[in-house]
Design a protein around this ligand. Structure first.
Ligand SMILES: [Zn+2]
Length: 180
């Protein structure tokens, strides 16, 4: 069952000319920021990487790197609160990027990659390893947090979108988040 969203048709913007008059959507803004973050990550990588050199493995590295900026508590299997949606007390389990955030992020980067000249056939964000990783993250976070992503999909009750908070990529800008 394919669950990876592909919100991108990539048939627009092929001219490379105008399009400056329309206000960029929130999605486009976020996509540009994500792409900048990824590009910066590649520049800081040891050894340095270029986009063309990227494979699915590098994308996974990037996702792991982002976890340090995550804000979603994901309980370890040994934690007594494992599987509890609303733990009654704090615990030392790590904060991670929520699956919904990563899933949306990969969708945007996948589009950005091709908009920046990458070939769809070699798109590392569409790599099988990345899909499998996201699938695993979803499964594990659903268990660890006691959250069923399937239910949320069918009927978003009470507009709870806590699983899709924007990915926070800058350790310095956490206090000045623009998203409200
Ligand atoms: Zn815990």
């Amino acid at each position: 069952m394919e669950t990876v969203p592909s919100p991108i048709t990539s048939t627009t913007n092929s001219g490379g000319g105008g399009g400056g008059s329309t206000t960029p959507s929130r999605y486009e803004n976020q996509k540009r920021r994500d792409w900048n973050t990824f590009s910066q990550y590649l520049r800081n990588h040891r050894p340095p990487l270029t986009v063309a050199m990227c494979s699915g493995a590098h994308v996974l590295e990037f996702l792991h790197y982002l976890d340090q900026f995550g804000k979603t508590k994901v309980h370890n299997p040994t934690c007594p609160f494992f599987g509890l949606p609303n733990p009654p007390a704090p615990c030392p389990c790590p904060l991670r990027q929520a699956w919904g955030s990563l899933d949306a992020l990969i969708g945007r980067l996948r589009a950005a990659y091709e908009e920046n000249g990458g070939r769809a056939e070699s798109n590392p964000f569409g790599a099988r390893a990345v899909r499998l990783y996201l699938h695993d993250v979803r499964e594990f976070q659903a268990k660890a947090r006691g959250v069923s992503y399937e239910k949320k999909r069918k009927r978003p009750k009470s507009s709870n979108i806590s699983n899709a908070t924007p990915v926070t990529t800058s350790p310095n800008a956490t206090a000045t988040a623009t998203a409200t």
